[in-house]
Design a protein around this ligand. Structure first.
Ligand code: GTP
Length: 209
């Protein structure tokens, strides 16, 4: 069945997960604005929209990013976790190819997904900072093997150079819409705020499952 059925405005909620400093915000900025050094005040939670065309089906990816537990503090992190994972359709799970601990911690993030997001989410595992080839700590085989084990796609990219960044999101969109290739795309805007301030839930919620 086409997963877009019953999804108002064809909106799909995608969240960025991964350790502090792996490049989640840079990836999002690269994808939304094609910029790396973009500075903006980072709120606790932010999201941006970008519409892609998947075989004639317009899909609005609503991409969410948040501070990690360390920067948010335990209390705030716990408070927003439930809302952050609510109604999520896709997850961009990022580690830093030059930092082994961020790859090891993917297990922690998978556990979080298991606890808070349920089973019916698509995941793309992302090895970021592929431009730092000389400092690489995780090889392609190890990471793609993990991706295979957890049923995720695997993409190596660089938010800095832009290499493969579009592929991260378009491959996820394709998987979300019956695993078909994406044909065209157009950028939209970034918004900031708390989870309570943005009109993400209620009648307009994208509920795929
Ligand atoms: P938190 O929001 O604090 O959890 O971190 P984050 O995962 O959002 O990381 P962020 O995007 O803030 O990037 C962390 C650092 O990595 C910054 O200094 C970026 O400039 C750098 N960085 C991000 N992506 C890349 C990349 O592809 N290549 C290189 N060389 N550096 C990158």
């Amino acid at each position: 069945m086409n997963q877009m059925m019953g999804c108002p405005n064809n909106r799909m909620r995608v969240i960025m997960l991964g350790d502090y400093g792996v490049g989640k915000t840079c990836l999002m900025n690269r994808y939304l604005f094609d910029q790396f050094d973009l500075y903006y005040r980072k709120f606790y939670v932010e999201f941006g929209n970008r519409t892609v065309d998947v075989f004639g089906v317009k899909v609005k990816l609503q991409i969410w990013d948040t501070f990690d537990q360390e920067r948010l503090g335990w209390e705030l992190f716990t408070a927003i976790t439930k809302s952050y994972y609510r109604d999520v359709a896709g997850i961009v799970m990022v580690f830093d190819l030059t930092k082994k601990s961020s790859f090891d911690n993917i297990q922690y993030w998978l556990q979080q997904v298991h606890e808070h997001a349920g089973e019916n989410v698509d995941i793309v595992l992302v090895g970021n900072k592929v431009d730092l080839a000389e400092s690489r700590a995780i090889d392609h085989e190890t990471a793609s093997s993990l991706a295979q084990t957890i049923g995720a796609m695997y993409v190596e990219c660089s938010a800095k150079t832009g290499a493969n960044v579009n592929l991260v999101f378009t491959s996820l969109a394709s998987k979300l819409v019956n695993r078909v290739p994406v044909q065209q795309e157009e950028p939209v805007r970034l918004q900031s705020g708390t989870l309570d301030e943005v009109p993400c839930y209620g009648k307009d919620t994208c509920s795929l499952f």
